[in-house]
Design a protein around this ligand. Structure first.
Ligand code: 13P
Length: 687
């Protein structure tokens, strides 16, 4: 059953993931804008005049935008869940601190969380972070239980795609202009009309809110501008709306000519075409398109267009630029901020016709010398407005979306057991009744862990499993001395406890031995028998093992019976024969009823604790062979229902592939069962 806690974690994951993706993408659309915002935050420590300060802000902008997007994407897809959850908690904690600082110190006018697309006040930003910080903690608390769309083997590929995707997207937006322009001055804006509208709104606002204070006979009274009183009143002061006084024009287009005269009206009232080449400071402008600029200027003049440079540069900077590039176009001056708002390129081109912006280009997209003439002729067409920028980035985003959808489809296909069905069709000759055959992940601690370490492990595993939807049984094989304690600790949890051995005698004078009845009395329900280490170091042969299995069954314990060949036998190609003999000499002597209670574990001795694993194909081959032997001995139904585990260096990175084999029903895990961190992902391999 899915717990409320898990639902909370899943919901929090979706909310934080979506916010991170949206805010990351909106910022990544305009990396230069984000760098400018970072520069504003860093102004107290980073002097804008330093040559490398812009580079630092831009690098931070790339890291922040990409990082935010990637965190969100990883959370939503469920890859690198723990790391992503940790980083998002750190991220939101940092952002909460910054928004608190902004609220009190007011270092910037707008926080810039969502680029220029959505503007929040400092208080709204703080509120957003105060909500998201605990949500990200909920995600972190149950990070390992979150559903994932891609397997461990696939996730690196998805991660690489995500990183490449967002970086390419940002570089595109940086080299050209932002894919979507959220600022004023976008292409198509009738600048003249917008500025006039803004002006009249401001005038109307002033008219509506300004009050003239007069006094008569010691009494003060406020009058609207339309109702000024007669001369019997004495004027005291003008009272203006404080918010209007702070009003900042959206269209702060205020160019001046070289003598300092306003030039906006001159530019906007002209019905013809005007080309403005913008750069806040010429000494930082790229010299990569000087030939194109010269050609644009020369041909513009010959076509009767006007061409100006628009800059906030000093006279010296302008002189240097002229010297360097041979520029002879007239220069207009304007504050650097509106120039940066108008265009993110350095230099960039803004084309006006009749006061309307009909094109904007980064220097990387200027028409080549050969294209200039055709381009300028286009500008003359009465309805010409430059087309939107290239869709290359959009395709990239679409590819991304497709990847996500693919992940979702796979997830649901798995949910509906479609993959199982297909696998069965493709590889599996039998009709499988999965309901009878159990998937099991069993740990075998061997001679490891003190009692305290054992109980700590069980408590940790128990709480980790309590928020999971399990798709397999979980068993822990523990030393005798731990059994009673860990069995009572595991009560009420999905963890079953196994002994690692039991005596081949029922009871009596066998000093140091532990009988199956004693094991059962501790609350353990399973017993591992026939392990290769017992066969090799304690001389347990087929006869002893058969007796142990019989006693275990008689005492209500489920034997997990191990078989498997040594290296030399595998190399000699005798592995099929070896497992056949091991089965024939032990559990195949059981009645069908008793045999159907046994769990088998194929453990190639050469793979135990060596780091060598049987490949999934090798495991499937021999598991299928074992099942065939059972078919021959007990018939198809019992063979179909028999759980056969794989053991031998099974771990988080190979479990999913091994367990995906139609005849591998889980694992018997040694080394990787000693820590919950390593054991849990193996359990999760069944999803
Ligand atoms: P390892 O997983 O450490 O190879 O051990 C396997 C095993 O012997 C389980 O019983």
């Amino acid at each position: 059953m899915i717990s409320l806690r898990l639902i909370a974690a899943e919901t929090a994951r979706v909310l934080t993931g979506v916010v991170l993706i949206v805010s990351g993408l909106l910022k990544a659309i305009d990396p230069v804008g984000s760098a400018l915002k970072i520069g504003e935050y860093l102004a107290p420590i980073l002097d804008e005049r330093w040559a490398w300060s812009g580079m630092i802000s831009l690098t931070l902008s790339f890291v922040l935008c990409a990082g935010e997007f990637l965190l969100g994407a990883f959370l939503l897809m469920g890859i690198y869940r723990k790391l992503s959850a940790r980083l998002s908690v750190a991220f939101f904690a940092g952002m909460t601190f910054i928004s608190l600082y902004s609220l009190f110190a007011d270092p910037v006018s707008d926080c810039g969380c969502f680029g220029d697309a959505i503007h929040l006040t400092h208080f709204e930003t703080l509120l957003k972070n105060i909500v998201l910080l605990p949500l990200s903690y909920l995600v972190l608390r149950d990070a390992r239980s979150l559903r994932h769309l891609f397997s461990r083997r696939e996730r690196w590929l998805v991660a690489v795609l995500a990183v490449v995707g967002i970086v390419v997207f940002m570089v595109q937006n940086y080299r050209h202009l932002p894919l979507v322009d959220f600022r004023p001055y976008r292409v198509g804006t009738d600048l003249r009309a917008e500025m006039a509208r803004e002006d009249s709104t401001l005038q109307a606002g002033l008219l509506a809110t300004t009050r003239y204070i007069y006094e008569r006979g010691g009494q003060e009274q406020a009058f609207t501008p339309e109702a000024i009183p007669d001369s019997s009143w004495r004027f005291v002061k003008v009272q203006e709306d404080a918010t209007l006084a702070k009003y900042k024009a959206k269209y702060d287009f205020t160019p001046m000519d070289s003598l300092g005269n306003p030039f906006a009206e001159e530019l906007l009232a002209d019905p013809g075409v005007t080309l403005l080449l913008l750069a806040p400071h010429w000494n930082r402008a790229s010299e990569g398109s000087i030939d194109e600029i010269s050609e644009l200027y020369t041909q513009s003049l010959s076509m009767g267009y006007r061409f100006y440079g628009l800059t906030a540069s000093s006279a010296q900077e302008i002189a240097d630029w002229r010297y360097l590039t041979g520029a002879s176009y007239p220069m207009l001056l304007m504050d650097a901020t509106p120039i940066r708002t108008m265009i993110r390129a350095y230099p960039g081109l803004v084309v006006l016709r009749g006061g309307k912006i009909i094109d904007k280009r980064s220097f990387t997209d200027f028409p080549t010398v050969e294209e200039v003439s055709r381009y300028l002729h286009h500008l003359r067409e009465p309805n010409y407005i430059a087309p939107a920028p290239s869709l290359a980035c959009t395709y990239l985003l679409l590819a991304w979306g497709a990847l996500l959808i693919l992940g979702f489809l796979r997830f649901w296909a798995r949910k509906l057991h479609l993959t199982l069905y297909l696998k069965k069709r493709i590889h599996y000759p039998y009709k499988r009744k999965r309901s009878m055959r159990k998937n099991i992940v069993a740990g075998n601690w061997k001679m490891n862990k003190t009692l305290q370490e054992g109980t700590a492990f069980i408590s940790e595993l128990k709480s980790a499993l309590s928020v999971k939807t399990l798709h397999c049984d979980v068993i822990i094989g523990a030393p005798f001395i731990h059994l009673a304690t860990v069995a009572s600790l595991a009560e009420g949890s999905p963890i079953g406890i196994a002994a690692e051995n039991c005596a081949d005698k029922a009871e009596g004078a066998y000093t140091g031995e532990v009988s199956a009845a004693m094991v059962a009395s501790t609350g353990a329900r399973y017993v591992i028998l026939g392990h290769s280490e017992r066969r090799a170091y304690y001389g347990e042969d087929n006869a002893i093992l058969t007796e142990k299995v019989r006693l275990a069954l008689a005492n209500g314990l489920t034997p997990i019976f191990c078989i498997g060949e040594v290296k030399e036998e595998r190399e000699a190609g005798k592995h099929f024969q070896v497992v056949e003999e091991q089965l024939a000499g032990t559990v195949f002597s059981l009645s069908p009823e008793d045999f159907s209670k046994v769990i088998l574990a194929y453990e190639p001795v050469w793979a135990i604790g060596t780091g060598l694993t049987a490949s999934s194909a090798q495991a499937q081959e021999i598991h299928a062979h074992i099942r065939q032997l059972i078919v021959k001995k007990y018939g198809e139904t019992i063979a179909d229902d028999c759980t056969i585990l794989y053991g031998g260096s099974c771990n988080a990175s190979n479990a999913e592939e091994l367990f995906a084999q139609p005849d591998v029903d889980g694992g018997l895990i040694g080394g990787a069962s000693l820590s919950v961190e390593k054991f849990l992902p193996i359990i999760e391999a069944f999803h």
